[in-house]
Design a protein around this ligand. Sequence first.
Ligand code: HSE
Length: 299
Amino acid sequence: MRVRAWSTSANLGPGYDIMGIAIDAFFDVVEVQLVSGGPDALVTKVEGPYAASVPLGRGNSAAAAARAALEMAEQRLTARISLWKGVPPGRGLGSSGASSSAAARAVDLELGDLLSEKQLIRAAAEGEREASGSPHPDNVAPSLLGGLVLMGSRIVKLQPRVEFVLAIPWTPIPERKTERMRSVVPDIVSIGDMVRHYSHLASLVLGFATGDLELIGEGMSFSLIDEARSGLVPGYSEVRSAALKSGALGTSISGAGPSMLFLCGDCEGIMEGVRRAYKDLAIPVTLMRVSPAEGAAEI
Ligand code: HSE
């Protein structure tokens, strides 16, 4: 069973840990073979452009997700996994989430589609726990289900008609980056800050629900989390203001960064402005126009 899962951009500003969108920038492919004994899972082969950046064996996020899926389905089997690693790790693009989602889906399809959506998300989130210490679902849910996913008491899926410019700066990444970026998020905030944060979250959700691009952009553009992390994202203020001046309707850090997401607007104009800003900062960058991608599926 071979499954492809796409990259994702989590949070979209104030939707920290509850919202993410699958984007057609990069993908991983997982091939799973189930053998007797277990439940267990291990990655036996890694290929692709980012193969050197992820581990073989039981410590790969794909293995953790596959093991969790087998445990949930109560199967005494072992998943032997081949991974084609196409999502760059450590850039805020849901790299571990794509491997985890592809692995959970591939195991479940091999078993005959036993797990519910919620179980698949929980299994794939175990891959996130392996990769970053926290089982946040906001990358794995959109990578599994496609489009935009909002995880409240229910899982809400939308296929918004939006286009973004994605900027991926090639700067050095700290060890255990996601853990580090989560450690700067404040545990306690004032009521005034909270109101400002959730008023933007309300705009974001309402914007997606009604297809109002300006409301989505307004919603994306403030988050207590992005504010707390901004000093650790190379060129954050310069690039953000260049994007807004070039017509971006909204801006956010993609996941835990350092990539940034800009809502179009005029994508070409934004690319031009953002490229110049990174150039002035002497930061190498890749810029891409991206749209919502489909969920993890057999290929
Ligand atoms: N919601 C998570 C975070 C996503 O921002 O830490 C990490 O990819």
